[in-house]
Each structure stands twice: as C-alpha cells, then as structure tokens.
Design a protein around this ligand. Structure first.
Ligand SMILES: *[C@@H]1O[C@H](CO)[C@@H](O)[C@H](O)[C@H]1NC(C)=O
Ligand SMILES: *[C@@H]1O[C@H](CO)[C@@H](O)[C@H](O)[C@H]1NC(C)=O
Ligand SMILES: *[C@@H]1O[C@H](CO)[C@@H](O)[C@H](O)[C@H]1NC(C)=O
Ligand SMILES: *[C@@H]1O[C@H](CO)[C@@H](O)[C@H](O)[C@H]1NC(C)=O
Ligand SMILES: *[C@@H]1O[C@H](CO)[C@@H](O)[C@H](O)[C@H]1NC(C)=O
Ligand SMILES: *[C@@H]1O[C@H](CO)[C@@H](O)[C@H](O)[C@H]1NC(C)=O
Ligand SMILES: *[C@@H]1O[C@H](CO)[C@@H](O)[C@H](O)[C@H]1NC(C)=O
Ligand SMILES: *[C@@H]1O[C@H](CO)[C@@H](O)[C@H](O)[C@H]1NC(C)=O
Length: 764
C-alpha cells in the first residue's frame, strides 16, 4: 500500500530489527554441504544493503544533553536533544548498516553501535575524550506518532537499571498496546559503578534524584523518561554498553529477556551470532554471479533479507492469552504480503512459515477470525479480503504431507478458513469478511446498508473474497473434502458478477469490459475505469480513510480488472480473447496505468503467460525492475510494506512468479546463470540453470533472455512457462535454453499453459 508506515521502530522495533524475525532451527546443515560444494556465496550478508529505500536510517538515542552542563539544564525532549549525524566527504551520513549491526558517528563525536537478539538490543556508545559526564537518556514515550499514555519509569540508583513502560496507539487502526523496557549499563574496560547523577524528566524538566516518573494522561502528552550520568574511564574516550530488553508483558520480563539473550554484554559475540543466523537463512538461496553485475546480486540478497523482518516472532510475549503455540504479530498487512512473500518462504523457509501459520491459527481460535493487519498485538484496518486465507492455503497446498511433522494441525487450519468462509464477524473493518452479503449476492452491493463495517471498497473486496474462496477450495481438495472443494471453487468464480462487459476506458473504446460496482437490485453502478490510477482525472488515491464509496481500494478498475489469479483463462475470454488481452496489458504499461508502488499491480507483468506469450512477461518484468527498483537509497518506488515489494523483486530476479495457494510458479529467466533453493522441509535443493547465459540488458528490453526450451532433470518439460511444485519438492535440476526472440511460447502440449479454474482447475 502507498501509506507511510508510522511505526514503533524508534522504540520497540529496535530489538527486532537486526535479527531475523523468525527463530531459525537448522537441522541438516552439514548434510547439505556436500550437495552445495560448488556454491560460491558463503557470506550473503555481505551483499545486503540496508539503505535501499531509506532516506534516513537508524533511530539511536544520542543520549547527549546539556553539552557538559549540570543535569538540571538538560533539555531532554526529542527536539532539543537531537544531534546530527556526521557526513562523509560525498555528503552521505557516516553510517554502517549490516544484518545484525548498525553504527553511526554524531557531529558531537559520540559513536553509536547497535546489535540485537530477538527481544533485546545491545548498544555501545563511545564518548570522546574530554566528556565531563557521559549521559544517557531513556526515552519512554516517543513512538513516532506521539501517542503514548500512562507511561512509567523507574531508576535503580545503585545499579543504574532503568525500567519503563507505556501504552501506545496502533499505527493503522483503533487499538493500543503496552510495551516495556529494561535498560542496564556497563562500562567497557572499567567498572561503571552507580550513576553519578540521575533523575527523571517530564517535558523538558529533569528533576535530580527523582527515581520514579509517571504521567497520567490529561489531554496533553509531555515526554517522559530517565536521565543517568556516569563517571568516565579516565582521560581518554569512554565506552559504555546499554543493554535494552523489550517485552509486551512486564518490566520484569523485559529484564529477563535481556538477561537471558545477552547475558554477558558480549557485543561482538552477539553480532557474529546474528550474522551467522542471517547467513544460514539467506544462504539457502544461492546465485551464480559470473556475468552478473554486483548491484543485481546486492538487490537480490537485500530484497531477500527484507522478506524476513515481518511478521515477527513474539512467542512468549502475548499479553492477550496463554498458549503454548508460537505467537507471531506485525502482520502489516496480509493484504500486502499474501501475493509474493509467503510463496517465497515456501521455497526456502518452510519451518518458520509453519510457525507463522500456527500463530495465525492460534489467533483465530482465540479471537474468532484470522489476523489481517495486526501490529504489536492490536487489530488494525482491513484493506480488502481476509488475506490470511491465501496464506494458509499457500502453506497447506504445498505442505499438506509435511503439515503434521511441522506441527500444523490440518483440522484447525481448515476450521480457521471456514470461519472466514461462513461466519460474519462483528466488525469486518478489523477481521473477517462481510460474508453474509457475499453469500447472498455473490458480490458486495454498493448500496447495501448493513451494521458491522464500512460500506466501502465493494468491488475490490469482492475480487479478493473470490480469491480467498479459491484458496479455501484448494485446501478442501487437499483434504479430500470434495463437496467443499467444489462449493468454494464455485464461489471463487463469482468475480464474473462484478464484470460489466459494456464499460470501456474513456478515450479508448477498444479496452472494453471492466469490474464495476453493482447494486442490491442487480444493476451496475459506474466508476470511471481510471479512478484511483496515476491517470485519475480527479486525483483520488482511494486510500482507506477517503470518502471511498466508489468500490476500489488503492488501485483502479483497470488494475483490478486483471486481478483474477485463479482464472486468467476466464479473464481472457471476458476481455475478448488472447490478442485483446495482450493489447490491454500493453495499454496498461504504455499508458501508465501500471502502479509499481502498489500491490494489486504486482502480477500484471507476468500475465502475458496466460496468452501464451511468456517472452513478453520476461521483458515487462525486467523493464519494471529497471525502471522502478535499484540499490539506491531511493531504490524503492514506495513503501516496502513489510517485505511485499522485496519478495516481488526477489521473484522477478529469480525469473519466477508465484500463484499463492497453488502448486505452480510461473517461469521466466533468472538474472543469474544459476540459482538454487535449498528447502529444509524436503532436504532438497532445486537448481535452475540457464545454459546460454549472456547477461542482462540494462534497461530490461531485448537481450538473450527469453525462455525457448526447458528440461527438468534432462527431460523436456511439459511447459516452458511454469514449474510444478513437485520440481521444488524433489530438488530437480531445471535447465533453460534462452533466445533473443521475444515471441517464445509456453509450448504446444495441452498442459503447456498455466492452469485456470475454468479450463480444468488446479491439481493439489
Ligand atoms: C539430506 O540430503 C543429503 C544429500 O543431499 C543426505 O546426505 C542427507 O543424509 C540428508 N539428510 C537428511 C536428514 O535426510
Ligand atoms: C566512526 O568513527 C570511527 C572512528 O572514531 C570510525 O572507525 C568509523 O568507521 C566511523 N563510522 C562508523 C559508521 O562507525
Ligand atoms: C486424499 O486422498 C488421497 C487419494 O485417495 C490420499 O492419497 C490422501 O492421503 C488423502 N488425503 C487426506 C488428507 O486424507
Ligand atoms: C451491455 O449492452 C448490451 C447491449 O446494449 C445489453 O444487452 C446488456 O444488458 C448490457 N450489459 C450490461 C451489464 O449493462
Ligand atoms: C437499482 O438501484 C440503484 C441504486 O439504489 C438505483 O439507482 C437504480 O435506479 C435501481 N435500478 C433499478 C432498475 O431499479
Ligand atoms: C487504445 O488501446 C489500444 C490497445 O493498447 C492501442 O493500440 C490504441 O493505440 C489505444 N488508443 C488510444 C486512442 O489511446
Ligand atoms: C528442448 O530440449 C530437449 C533436450 O535438449 C530436446 O529434446 C527438445 O527437442 C528441445 N525442444 C525444443 C522445442 O527445442
Ligand atoms: C510449437 O510448434 C511449432 C510448430 O510445430 C514449433 O515451431 C515450435 O518450436 C513449438 N514450440 C515449442 C515450445 O515446442
């Protein structure tokens, strides 16, 4: 989505940011070394650029105030104490960021270094020689949106330990959450002793010797925190650790988390352990780099890295109920990530995928519906359908046989889906779907007034409900629930109910047939097909909070008219056949209706596959990367949306595109002469080799990049434009022969085109 992500990064996120969001177990590491003996990349973390898509990075707390004066004169509030970072000769900030490590130098000559574990961070601050009193600010209340209430802070004047907590507002919804911190200090190379001065502050007024701070919210929020000063390490620079534990349960648990995860303030050991964890995870995907420029390798591993930040493993930190199941949170949001993030996880990280799925099922069992857009334990706004459905479908369709060993209960998973499929929630702005209307009408009427949620986004929700039902039908089939499989597959076909064959794009009558709003009485409303697009004459964004009664969320009718991943064959028929379908795709790109910043456009570059023109998908997807994505700090066209954009870029670079909740991946050409995926669930490695790789055209146009012929383990493939999951399960070798002729095809066999519901459906 195009929204900006106001977040907890400054305060809560820090502990999670630098370690993989997921606990990594790694059975079989030794076992597979043999198979990957020729693998070139042993330190993929060195190819990760954390500055992609940032304009600034790091939210360290300079802990610098008063510039050497007495504590009482310190201006502690965030605006007063801000200090600039140093810049290098080229004007860029003097920062270093690596997986598990961040460092920066301030203009005050204070050096900041950070590393982290799952629920704790270790900061290392070096103060320059001549510092009178090294001071630290523990900021309790700044969450970036000034939303705190009922903050508390306490200083232990003997040990210097600071414990704190505050309630914050969710950043994309109505709820709140409470977060706790525990901060311990330790001198590096000297005994820090007790603080030589300390106090808590409210607003800009520190009170020396005051060990407790509270604020009852009475309409105006002042900043609250603690200020502690220590002795120096002689006359030279003074280095002090600050170890920050985090918890959603209590300050005690925040302290325990820090003590258990970083027991001995071992900065380099923590940093090395996090990096090793990242390398193990990222190293499951290996690329051959010969003939590939460094930026492409960097873009690939940096993107892969960002797919592992969110959702985050909050196991042990759920304040809402007790359970032995894993607890995951920061699904931000499933609407963004269901399309590409989880299908990428299927390829190389099924164990963590399974834990996330268990966590989602656990939430459904306690709250009635699957999470959709959840942040820091608070339910946030729905954007479209309940997109946990395709995520659970993605898991089960691909791992039905491994579900039990991955501890995912099939019955509970199916029941969680049925809740979305059948039960109307009390508030479909937060969870679930407006399901009664969907069941009654087969679309969401634009003029239906019903208690329980906002009457908006009716058309785009209907399309996502249809895809959700498709995912449920796939799971039902995998469970041999044949009748349910048919029932939900039929509902997945309801997208046709919002198709108005007579609507064309103003100024171009050849682009005819559009999804449109529809009324209770069955007649159609009208929304300009350009509405919400970059070419919208009225400039609407169609964001959540607009007066958005036009039927569409964040993308145009033109874009949503392409969103039927379960039945592109039907879409081609509705759009007048393959030639018109291809002309419409070209129109979308040529006339700037494709929106690189928003998820509903993501699959469009690959849709030429369904018209048997996979070479055009290859070129479009490469042009999209060349035009909109790079390793620069402005190398993301919009919000990364919790790895939604990163996973899409990783797929395009891998020459693949997923269809969630199916066993198929669309196939193009990788940007590498060879790419392989190790899958721990199967202990198998799948390798895609381009036999005649000659490099990638810089602007994505032309080149010897079009897939002419595919063999799998030496035998001709049934299709040249998609791969079956079986290939990845058993660990096959896929060999591609490339040509410079864009007019390649999927092949001539009856099963050469990727599947669609209306042409026989999908095997599970
Ligand atoms: C994993 O596969 C390798 C061969 O690729 C084999 O040597 C090893 O025994 C397998 N490990 C397990 C746990 O099955
Ligand atoms: C900061 O300054 C130190 C020297 O004090 C230097 O070693 C380091 O490279 C600088 N930059 C960062 C990001 O740490
Ligand atoms: C479904 O039926 C197939 C074929 O009879 C069988 O192999 C499979 O184990 C069954 N799956 C389940 C979940 O019962
Ligand atoms: C489209 O136009 C045809 C011919 O005028 C008409 O029969 C049909 O009902 C129209 N369809 C819709 C959905 O308006
Ligand atoms: C159907 O309902 C809409 C919206 O309430 C109304 O504008 C339209 O006139 C109705 N059409 C018919 C044929 O009753
Ligand atoms: C209408 O779209 C078609 C298909 O892309 C294109 O060939 C044609 O030039 C377009 N016409 C106008 C007036 O934009
Ligand atoms: C594809 O390659 C295989 C193996 O080399 C070969 O048997 C087959 O004829 C090729 N097909 C085409 C269409 O080139
Ligand atoms: C499909 O058939 C045509 C004509 O028989 C042939 O030229 C072409 O190579 C075939 N394509 C593939 C991918 O097999």
């Amino acid at each position: 989505m195009a929204r900006s992500l106001t977040s907890l990064a400054a305060l809560v996120g820090l502990a999670w940011l630098a370690s993989p969001a997921v606990a990594v177990s790694r059975p079989g590491v030794d076992a597979r070394t043999g198979k990957r003996a020729d693998v070139p990349i042993t330190d993929p973390a060195s190819h990760v650029n954390l500055f992609i898509g940032t304009t600034s990075s790091g939210h360290a707390f300079p802990g610098h105030c008063g510039d050497g004066n007495v504590l009482e004169t310190c201006n502690c509030d965030i605006n007063s104490r801000k200090r600039l970072r140093k810049t290098l000769a080229d004007g860029s900030p003097d920062d270093v960021a690596e997986p598990g490590y961040f460092a920066s130098n301030l203009t005050t000559d204070v050096r900041i270094e950070l590393t982290a574990t799952r629920r704790a961070a270790l900061h290392r601050y070096t103060f320059p020689a001549g510092t009178a009193i090294p001071r630290m600010v523990v900021d309790v209340t700044n969450d970036g949106q000034q939303s705190n209430s009922n903050p508390i802070v306490h200083i232990d004047q003997d040990t210097g330990r600071v414990t704190a907590g505050s309630t914050f507002a969710a950043s994309f919804g109505p709820g709140t959450y409470r977060a706790f911190q525990c901060v311990d200090f330790k001198g590096v190379g000297f005994d820090l002793g007790s603080p030589v001065e300390f106090g808590t502050y409210l607003g800009n007024s520190p009170i020396r010797g005051l060990v407790d701070g509270i604020q009852e919210y009475t309409g105006y929020r002042s900043e609250l925190g603690a200020l502690v000063g220590f002795k120096t390490n002689g006359d030279g620079p003074t280095t002090i650790f600050a170890r920050v534990g985090m918890s959603f349960i209590s300050t005690d648990q925040a302290c325990q988390n820090a003590e258990s995860e970083i027991p001995s303030f071992d900065f380099e050991g923590t940093r090395a352990a996090v990096r090793a964890e990242w390398n193990e995870l990222l190293g499951r995907v290996q690329v051959e780099t010969q003939g590939v420029d460094d930026d492409t390798v960097e873009l690939f591993y940096s993107s892969l890295y960002r797919t592992h930040i969110s959702p985050a493993d909050y196991t042990g930190e759920n304040p809402l109920w007790q359970s032995d199941e894993p607890y995951y949170d920061s699904f931000y949001c499933n609407w963004d990530t269901f399309r590409t993030l989880y299908p990428l996880m299927s390829l190389h990280d099924p164990e963590n995928f399974a834990r996330i799925v268990r966590g989602m099922i656990n939430i459904q069992q306690h709250e009635g519906w699957l999470p959709e857009c959840r942040g820091a334990t608070a339910k946030q706004w729905m954007q479209g359908g309940s997109d946990g459905d395709p995520i659970l479908g993605e898991f089960f369709v691909k791992f039905a046989d491994q579900a039990a060993s991955l501890q995912v209960p099939a019955d509970a998973l199916y029941n969680a889906l049925l809740a979305d499929a059948e039960d109307q929630p009390p508030n479909w702005n937060l969870q679930g779907r407006q399901i009664n209307a969907w069941k009654q009408f087969g679309y969401i009427p634009q003029d239906l007034v019903e208690a329980g949620g906002a009457n908006t986004k009716q058309v785009s929700r209907a399309l996502e409900y249809a895809f959700g039902d498709f995912a449920i039908s796939q799971v039902a089939k995998a469970l041999n629930k044949t009748a349910d499989g048919e029932k939900y597959a039929k509902r997945a076909g309801n997208f046709v109910n919002v198709w108005n064959a007579n609507v064309s794009v103003p100024g171009n009558v050849s682009i005819v047939g559009m999804v449109q709003p529809r009324f209770v009485n069955g007649s159609f409303g009208f929304t300009d097909p350009r509405h919400c697009s970059p070419n919208d004459p009225t400039g609407s964004t169609c964001f959540l909070f607009n007066q958005n009664f036009d039927g569409f969320y964040e993308s145009s009718p033109i874009v949503y008219s392409q969103f039927v991943p379960q039945d592109n064959a039907k879409l081609i028929e509705l759009q007048g056949g393959p030639e018109k379908f291809v002309a419409r795709l070209d129109f979308i790109f040529d006339q700037n209706f494709f929106d690189s910043t928003d998820e509903p456009s993501q699959q469009i570059p690959f849709m030429y596959h369904y018209a048997n023109k996979p070479g055009h998908s290859t070129q479009r997807s490469r042009q999209v990367l060349a035009q909109h994505f790079s390793t620069a700090t402005n190398g993301l066209p919009g919000n990364d949306d919790s790895g939604a954009m990163a996973s899409y870029v990783a797929f395009f670079l891998a020459g693949l595109y997923p269809i969630p909740a199916t066993k198929q991946y669309l196939l193009s050409s990788p940007f590498f002469p060879q790419i392989s995926f190790f899958n721990p669930a199967f202990n198998s490695t799948t390798t895609i080799i381009t036999k005649n790789f000659v490099g990638n055209p810089g602007d994505g146009t032309g080149g010897t990049v079009f897939v002419q012929n595919v063999t799998i383990d030496g035998k001709p493939a049934k299709s040249n434009c998609f791969l079956e999951w079986d290939v990845f399960q058993r660990g096959a070798t896929v060999e591609l022969t490339l040509t410079d002729d864009i007019e390649v095809s999927c092949g001539n066999g009856t099963n050469a085109l990727p599947p669609s519901l209306s042409t026989g459906g999908f095997d599970v």
